[in-house]
Each structure stands twice: as C-alpha cells, then as structure tokens.
Design a protein around this ligand. Structure first.
Ligand SMILES: [Zn+2]
Length: 826
C-alpha cells in the first residue's frame, strides 16, 4: 500500500483541472445529439444547504452519465437573485442589497465548485445583471404592445410585513408564503400578464407532458380549473336594464333558485343596496367580512355569513322575484361575482338558506332521494337525476336539461353555454426596490413603455438603504424623474415579481451572452426544450406554470420553435433529519441542519455525494444519517485501496483477457451484470441507490477474487477500469484520480460509458429452488436452459433431492426451468 485516500488533495486537484480545461463547457454541435439538463437555480441566500446539494448531485449524475453516453450535454447554473431576503438583510445589517447578494453569490459559487458539479460556468447567469433583466424588460414591452400586458385596479393580496402584493399562488391559508404574516385585501393599481389567453393551451398540453409527475400535472389542471357551464342573466327588479350575470355548471337546477348571492365588491352593489332600509347595517357587514380569510383556496372554511340587500332580481325563466344577498363566500375575482343559489341541491346554499330562513325548492329527483320529502332534507341532494317542479323541463335528465335550458336562455337572450377558468391573470407588480424595474413611464395622463433602445431601465444599486418599510425606489428622485420629448415624466417604481426572472432563464442559458436580442434563436432551437428538469414539488403551480406560459409567448413571438420548456420533470424529495424522535425537514429554526461545508471538510465531496445518492431514490425523502456518511466514506477508501494495490502493476498489462476458470467466469458475469444494472438505473429510472449498491457488491467480489492464487491480471485490469467508469458519475474526483493511477490519460467526460456483453450475462449454470408442497427445502446449481423434461429429471435425480424424497409418495411435480421445482408429496 502506497497511498492513502487523500480526498482533500484529490478533489482540489480535479476541480482545478476541470476549471482550467473547461471540461464541461457546452458548444452547439448539430451533428451530435443534445441533452439539456437543468436543476432549478438557487436563490443566493449565502450558504448552500443539503437540499441544494441533493438537487444538484442528482442532476450531476445524469449530466455525467449522458456525456459518457456521447451526448452533447448542456448543464448550466445561475442565480435567482432578486427578492425580499436581500432587502430584509439590508434593513438588518445596513448593507446594500446588491453588495449582500453579490457576496452571497461568490460564496455559494465556491461551495458549488467544491462539490464538483459539472457545470458550464461560462453560461452562469445572475438575474440581477443588467444584461439579463434588460431582455425581460424588452419581452415585457413586446407583450404590452401585443395586448398581453395591462394595468388595472384590483383587490390584491397584501402582506404588511413584506409591504408587497402577493399572487394567489403565494398565499396559503391567508398567510404570506415568505414570512407567514397575515394577508389582507387592498385595492391597488397593478400590472398584469394575460396568462388567461393561454389557459386552453396550458391545459391541453398537460396531457402531452408524459415525462412529468402526474401529481404536478393534476395541480396545474386544478389551478387552471376549466369548467363547462351556462351563464344566465337575472335582471334587477328595480332597473331591468341591469342584470346580475351568474355562471353555473348545474343549469339543470336553475328552476330551484330561491336566492342569489353576490360578492361584497360586485359592480352593482350600490344599485342593490340603495333602496334598503338598513343600508348602514349592510355597510357594516361588508366591512366585517373584509376581515375574513379571503384566500380563494380557503374561503370555504369560513363560517357562512350573509345579509339581504333589500333588492330582488327576476328569475330568467319563471319570472319570480328572487331576493339578493351579499355573502362572504362569493368572491368578485372568481367567476362573475354573483351566484345563483339552489339550497335543495347545493350544500353551501342549503346551510345558508337554513340559517337565514330562505325557501328551499326541490327540482331534482333520483333513486337516492325519491322517498324523501323536501321538508325532511338533512342536507342538500347534490347528485344528478330527473327534473321535477321545473315546468316545461320536467322529466328531463340532468344532462339533457342543461342543454335544453342553455338553448332556452340563448333563444330568449338571457344566457348561453359558457366555459370558465379558475386561472386569473398574473399580477406582476411588486412595490419593492430589489427587483427588475417595470419599464413604463407616466407623463400627463398617459402611460407608455420605455423605448427599446433605451433599455435596460437600470435599477440603481449604489444606494443607502435607509427605510424600514415601503419601496426604496419611491424615494430615489434621480430614478423617478426623467424627461421624455423635453417634458418631465416619471418612471414606474413597481418592480417585477421575481417569478418573472425564473420564467425564462432556462432559455437564456442557451445564449447567455447574446447581445442581439432576448435569446439567440439558433442556439435556443438547438438546445431547447430542456430534456430533464429537476426541482422541488413546491413549484408545481407557480414557477412551472409561468415558465410554460413564457415559453409559449416566446414561441408565438418567433424566438422559439418548441411548445413546452421542459420535456421531463423530476421532483426530488426533502432532506430530513431526526428532531425529537421524528424525521423532519432540515431547517435552521429546528436546529437539525447539517452544513455541507463540514461534511466536505471531514469526508470530501465524493463521500457527501455518494451518501446522498445512495440513501434514497431521488423522489423520496432522504433521512440524514451520520453512520451512512461514514459508511460511504469507508466504501470509497476500500475502492481506493483496491485500485492502489494494483495500480502500478496494471499500468503494464493489457486487457486482452481470456476467462478460463469458474471464478473468472463469475467475475466477468458480475461485471457485465453491474454495468447493465447501473446503465439502466441511471438511464431509465434514476434509481441511483440500487445502482450504487450493485457497484458495492461488485467491489466485494473483486476483493474475494484478488485473494486467490494466480489471479488473471488482464481480467482484473478490465474489471477495475470498468469499476472506475461506472462509479464516476457519482464520485467524479476519486474516479478521475484512480483512472490516472492505472495509467490512463484524459478526463472521464471524454471516455465512453462501458457497454455490457449480453453473452456474458448468460451463465452456464443457474441457481434454482426445490420446494416440497410449496415450501423451499433446497437450492441447487443446475445447467442453464434445459428443457422442461430434462430439468425435472435432472433435479429429481440429484442426490440431495433423492434423500429429501425418501419414503414420500410423489403426487405431482411442477417444473419451471431455470427457476424452481415444486414436488407435491403425501
Ligand atoms: Zn410577508
């Protein structure tokens, strides 16, 4: 033994080599099959955490494997670097957000390099770079000119802590996704992207994304929320030129409407309450329900509350007068802001009608409710059935009734069939300093975009951060006050939602330094779509939906020719660690984190990677185990010692081996079996854990073999070469080193992935089991591929089996060649 496994020296050496030789730089090559691998880029919080290391280790294995499979691999990295934490740090530490962010990027970059990830660092992007956000400002202006951007005043989710607007997707349980602070409604002027123009295509393509996890697609489908229904007009009794428009997917129950509920912000609210005797009480009620949880996802959990407006509408078919209520469960931002209420057939309406003593009218009968009188209803009957008490529609089944009623309404100009979506337009204005400026200008009563040639609208970064809340940009007079055509004008001070930057970065990576336009189409069309995207399940709707939207916009504007950004998606599981006896997500607040720096310092990056990849399949949770880390370290030491022991000797032998003995045959079989297993585990299933465990088994077999006398050095060399190759995607540094130790030159990225020999996988003998009455009694080695009769005869004539069957009467024999023989005896 000459060398000790000096991981620290080895890892530094190879990281330097890769960097100096630009080993992983990707160049378009039309003659080579491309493979674009991407992990969701990090927010530069300052330090890499284990979740990052896991995410990027998974990606790195695939990248290294595909390179060795001779594909042209693009594997970039960058920084999603705008956003609130920088501003919070600015307030806390009195440091400019730009400085804080740049320092964090440098620190994390160092850490990523220490992990040995095979990135093309020449393509590094930071979204805070002017060269980056200039192009999203241009895209915004193009979208504005094509009608995909508009400004409107609306009720928005507002977080007082963060002092900013939140998208619906950023509100959970009425709490801010960033700070968990309470979210309230506030009326604000906002810029919006018309993502709803793409609702149908976004939905349609969810069925074409075969490489995405079903649960992500389901979340997207639900979020888009397409439904088929009917709209109907209920005219105001007081003024028949005005009407409440309702949307329903259950038009078959329209004859059972006994009241209509409206949202507190409904456009006709003033008309509805103006004649009420208790207007004061109504206004108080509206104020009261503003304090409720108005998160659309949570609204059903509120106690149902309402108040009569004092107004009636006319039922479009029966012409009955229907009372109108304001209800806290109707939202103006969803549907039309008015809902027809059918208490007999809708549970929410049923509860409301009981509470406020409103008439309940039954219009649907079926097997399940045929013997129940309406007075005896304990809850609404929500199933479909046959219409009753419905005048001309009596006797129709629900489905045909919907069609007939829609037709009737259309004929009388009182409604029609309609498709609706839950998806709302994407509000992108943020009242924050640390974001890319929205390139709009106000002058007199006009609002217009900055000229393209004047882009980027630069965010001032040399600032003193003196305020503790609000938007610093509002205080920067030099930024705000400009001159356009000799007249004074003001800049928009809202900045983009940071999801804006992450919606197209994957496309910019294909031509990160391109000065001519948003992206270089030639590069983008070669590399895109991303073949494999890896990231957290928490991005199922926001980021992954917005990126799909941007991709389609870029396509429609002629920058791209593909329909979708990500062909395959892998959502990796969390990294957990024991806390109070339970495996919970690593978090600073719980104090159960493990610092990647520490693991790398003590064991090396290869050990950290090996442990992370071995401990669990990528999509599952990974429970941290110190013993597991030590086990991985011991394994790498064992491999290193093995290679070191023969390194010098093997440099002078060739690999023109011949196998003669059974042991040699066995070893060759194991090698081919391992290559096959690792190839399929990485390439088809991403089950790195089972790939690694088969490599470990092979190492055990090599250890056993090397103790034998007269070992076949040529075979051993062949085996060790291949061992290094199959292990290299997981632990690249040690493998580069061992490759050199056995006399090889060149880096492993330029070596082809080993192939296995199918013939070597066919063995002369196989192990089979022998059962008596279904119970395993014996295992035997027999000749491979015998026909059924020979197999049965051979096994039954075996000495051990003869003994087993002594004094027993054979009733039946079930033979499965190469596998088992079951003897049924008395
Ligand atoms: Zn917040």
């Amino acid at each position: 033994m000459k060398e000790k496994y000096n991981f620290s020296e080895i890892e530094k050496k190879w990281q330097k080599f890769w960097e100096e030789n630009k080993t992983y730089s990707a160049v378009r090559n039309d003659s080579k099959e491309k493979y674009y691998l991407l992990e969701m880029f990090p927010y530069p919080s300052g330090n890499l955490h284990m979740g990052h290391v896991r995410n990027y280790s998974i990606g790195d294995v695939i990248a290294r494997f595909k390179r060795m499979k001779n594909m042209n691999v693009l594997h970039p990295i960058g920084w999603d670097s705008f956003g609130l934490p920088a501003e919070n740090a600015a307030i806390k530490h009195q440091v400019a957000p730009a400085k804080w962010t740049r320092e964090n990027i440098e620190n994390m970059k160092k850490q990523l390099k220490m992990c040995g990830f095979s990135y093309d660092w020449d393509r590094e992007i930071a979204t805070i770079d002017q060269d980056y956000y200039k192009w999203e400002q241009k895209l915004f202006i193009e979208m504005y000119k094509k009608g995909l951007v508009y400004k409107k005043s609306s009720n928005v989710n507002w977080c007082d802590n963060c002092n900013t607007v939140l998208a619906n997707e950023q509100v959970n349980d009425n709490q801010c996704w960033r700070c968990d602070g309470e979210v309230r409604q506030k009326e604000l002027e906002q810029w919006f992207y018309k993502i709803t123009d793409y609702a149908d295509e976004l939905l349609e393509f969810t069925d074409k994304l075969k490489g995405w996890p079903v649960r992500v697609l389901t979340q997207q489908k639900n979020w888009i929320g397409k439904s088929y229904g009917v709209t109907a007009k209920f005219k105001l009794k007081s003024d028949e030129t005005k009407a409440l428009e309702i949307y329903t997917t259950r038009a078959d129950t329209i004859m059972g409407v006994t009241f209509v509920s409206v949202a507190k912000e409904h456009a006709l609210i003033d008309d509805l309450i103006k004649n009420s005797e208790n207007k004061e009480e109504i206004l108080n009620f509206i104020e009261e329900i503003k304090k409720d949880n108005n998160d659309p996802k949570e609204i059903e959990k509120n106690e149902k509350k309402g108040i009569f407006t004092g107004s009636y509408v006319i039922h479009p078919i029966t012409k009955e007068e229907i009372p109108v209520y304001i209800a806290n469960f109707v939202l103006a931002s969803y549907g039309t802001g008015a809902v027809m209420a059918v208490p007999a057939h809708d549970q929410r309406d049923f509860e409301f009608a009981k509470k406020y003593n409103i008439k309940i009218k039954e219009v649907i009968k079926s097997k399940e409710n045929k013997d129940i009188d309406i007075e005896d209803y304990k809850e609404a009957f929500v199933e479909k059935g046959v219409l009753v008490n419905s005048d001309i529609f009596d006797g129709l089944k629900s489905k045909e009734a919907i069609n007939k009623i829609a037709f009737w309404l259309k004929e009388h100009n009182l409604g029609e069939k309609s498709v609706q979506y839950k998806l709302r337009d994407w509000g992108i204005s943020r009242q924050r300093y640390w974001g890319a400026p929205i390139p709009m200008i106000y002058q007199d009563d006009k609002v217009f975009p900055e000229k393209i040639e004047n882009l980027p609208v630069v965010l001032p970064t040399e600032v003193e951060y003196k305020i503790s809340s609000g938007n610093l940009l509002d205080t920067l007079e030099d930024f705000i006050n400009i001159e356009v055509d000799g007249k004074s004008a003001k800049r928009e001070t809202d900045t983009f939602d940071t999801f804006n930057e992450s919606s197209w970065y994957y496309a910019r990576y294909t031509s990160p330094k391109f000065k001519g336009d948003i992206i270089d189409s030639k590069e983008a069309n070669y590399w895109l779509p991303v073949d494999q995207y890896i990231g957290g399940i928490e991005h199922a709707v926001m980021h992954l939906l917005y990126a799909r939207f941007f991709h389609k916009v870029l396509r429609d504007f002629g920058y791209l020719n593909s329909d979708e950004p990500f062909t395959n998606l892998l959502t990796q599981g969390m990294v957990t660690k024991e806390h109070n006896g339970r495996a919970v997500k690593m978090s600073k607040s719980l104090g159960n984190t493990v610092d990647p720096n520490e693991i790398i310092a003590n064991f090396g990056a290869d050990t950290a990677r090996l442990f992370i990849l071995f401990a669990a399949p990528p999509e599952r949770e990974l429970d941290w185990s110190d013993a597991g880390v030590e086990g991985s370290f011991r394994f790498l030491n064992r491999v290193f010692r093995l290679v070191d022991q023969f390194a010098e000797e093997l440099q002078t032998v060739d690999t023109n081996f011949k196998v003669e003995t059974e042991e040699e045959k066995d070893l060759l079989y194991i090698l081919n079996h391992t290559i096959k297993k690792v190839t399929e585990d990485i390439g088809d299933r991403f089950t790195f854990n089972t790939a690694i465990s088969s490599i470990m088994e092979m190492v055990n077999e090599i250890y056993k073999y090397k103790e034998k006398e007269n070992i076949n050095k040529q075979l051993l060399k062949h085996i060790i070469e291949n061992l290094i190759l199959v292990l290299s995607p997981f632990t690249p540094h040690i493998c580069e080193e061992m490759w050199q130790m056995i006399g090889k030159t060149g880096d492993l990225a330029s070596i082809s992935w080993p192939t296995y020999d199918e013939k070597a996988l066919v063995r002369d003998t196989v192990e089979i089991v022998v059962q008596l009455n279904g119970k395993v009694k014996e295992k035997l080695m027999v000749e491979n591929n015998m026909d059924k009769a020979t197999f049965e005869k051979t096994v039954l004539e075996n000495e051990k089996i003869q003994k087993l069957l002594e004094n027993k009467e054979i009733i039946k024999v079930i033979a499965v060649p190469n596998k088992l023989l079951n003897v049924v005896v008395k």
